[in-house]
Ligand binder design. Sequence first.
Ligand code: PGD
Length: 769
Amino acid sequence: MDGIEWRTHSSHWGVFSAGWKDGELVVRPHPSDPDPNGILQNLPQALRHQARVGQPMVRRGWLERGPGPDATRGADEYVAVSWPQVLDLLAKELARVQEQHGVASIFGGSYGWSSAGRFHHAQSQVHRFLNNVMGGYVRSVNSYSAGASAVILPHILGHYEQLSRNTITWKAVAEHSEVVLAFGGMALKNSMVAAGGISRHIERGSMARAAERGARFVLISPLRGDLPEEARAEWMTLTPGTDTALMLGIAHTLVAAGKHDQAFIERYCVGWDKFAPYLLGVSDGQAKDADWAAAICGVPAEQIRALALSLPGKRVLVTVAHSLQRAEHGEQPVWMGAVLAAILGQIGLPGGGYGYALGALGHTGRETNIAAVASLNQGKNSVADFIPVARISDMLLKPGEPYEYNGQHRTYPDIKLVYWAGGNPFHHHQDLNRLRAAFRGIDTLVVHENAWTATARHADIVLPATMTAEREDIGSSAVDPVVVAMKPLAEPFGEARDDYWIFSELARRLGKEQEFTEGRDVRAWLRVLYAPLEKRMADLGQPVLSFDEFWEAGEAVVPQTPDTGGFLAAFRADPAGEPLPTPSGKIEIFSETIAGFGYDDCPGHPAWLAPTEVPSAEEPLHLVANQPATRLHSQLDFGGHSQDSKRRGREVMCIHPRDAEARGIEDGQVVRLFNGRGACLATARVTPDVMAGVVQLPTGAWYDPIDPGEANPMCVHGNPNVLTRDKGTSRLAQGCTGQLTTVQVEAFTGNLPPIRAFVPPGMEAMAAE
Ligand code: PGD
């Protein structure tokens, strides 16, 4: 025996157990995980890190001058206050806003991944509080992950979650796919993460099995790392943001050669008659042939033709990564990927057709559990107003101004108070200097946080929240058989409290404690959430553990329904009896609905729409600002695994040797990335694994402005969102376009500024108070 008292727990980066040895937390992945996630190792160092928020804090300007717009937000001092004081202050402020402006002036979108665990899920907690206690709030819709696809897919194919989760399974890829055209790849760093926590990471093994069987993977991406080595992929580099043109070139080649599946198109699709003239150039005089595509995407025309003509007769899977739609006109590659798959005629066959977002997260491509733990009831929102999630700065900066979204003419609300728990807009949003300006115009920003993120540093009221490791919960995902009893691994840090406790105390002060708690403590809530799983299993005649047995055992195992190919396979077998949930019941190559909106940035069929941001003399390089490999978004950036991946304490930017040489940049040197919006420092890795003309800087390094008082300060740590553009994908979806922008890069020759992102603000001043 190792002498460690192991306790079961779960996280978005995997199910695990942990225990203490010689004063250190030791973490080990679930025994059935074939490919555990290194991100788990951020936890031990993070638990007691100085970056944690240890006591309630109020911004000095807000405390002294009261609520209201304030240009010092983000550059002010903080004053430590007791829990009773801060809760009284906040309850009073919530009541003031409710009374003076109404709850439609509260923004509670509170987007963010927060932690695994069905009960303490911070977004559910904040929404339940705002609904049941305050009476409602302005919400946000869709996600930063799938901003464009979640809106366009229901028009053309079906619900995004259903499509990405269950139609193409990894099992089917391993057993049936002959060619996988992976637009944007399927990087393991993405599938290592799954909301709710999974006990098995199967993606690497599945791709290895497919490759060993002889499946051909074609990685279409500016970054070699977007498929694992085990896939033995051919790497086809293309200019970032031009996948739609390449898809059109492949489609044109197939159609011109008469190799498209006309029978499939006629039986299962609508709108070919409107799209084909565009593809062939009849409607606009420009055939979208391989030569045309080559001039846009940089892939030689011969290569496009050879690839296209190698596909017919094979079981071909077209996959499109989330990242492609996180860019201007991001709807188009999603749509055109589906049309290309339709042209190849394999939608609905095992391991063939369209795998939207396969591998974008760990819970895609899996079988579904037969029974599920319940989610926390969020109550009813009396406010109908919402924004597409990535329009937050626009909302705060332009109250009362009109905008368009998915066929609707909408108006931005006038927001006075913003409440955030479990998210980090200074990580996830674009053009951070614009976001700072936006937050400076409101009356009050409230943030519950584990750590002093940049969002916490812009808040007026900062409430220290426990980390998942400091509380009990139930971990489960609808697509992983293991339901986990998440047991506390440590005492709360400092005065940190659970979000549930904080909201319960506020509810009591606002006279609505029962409406929020229903008289239950945490353990009673866990029993309530577990009960539907127990009942469903019993109804199905399956052996099931009682809650107490489950808690004692540490986990329960739920059987899964076998892979049937999901709704696309059912549609293929019986298109009349199992129609798609689209207006026509078929695959919409042309959408009357979308065409009816009259958007030039998202017309009625997929099209190549040139981006407005292209490399120029001032900003000659494409920047890919993608997901990081050593942390989940910005979470636990101060943890050991994330810190070990940095160089000279800064985020690592990959640059091709040709571009590095042209700028006199050496491997390991600190560089400055800049464009018209902002600048940041990073450390260069010179590598041929990124194509020439492109640099890559992942998201998630905590925003660390050199001088927080300036309007447009440089981030010294390497947060690419100071550079990215804050515009919607199109008027259809208004999704986040943070993945791509253009920059210049130069060697940084000045004195290296220190990194202060992980040092709490005004630490010395606080100690003196
Ligand atoms: P996280 O870093 O996960 O990022 O954005 P998101 O806001 O989800 O933030 C979660 C925060 O919740 C952390 O600060 C963590 O400390 C806090 N937290 C964790 N647990 C708890 C808890 O129990 N209670 C409370 N109160 N807080 C908690 C992610 C978003 O970023 C996403 S999903 C995507 S896909 C986008 N991707 C990109 C991109 O590709 N490129 C760019 N440029 N930008 C992006 N931004 C988006």
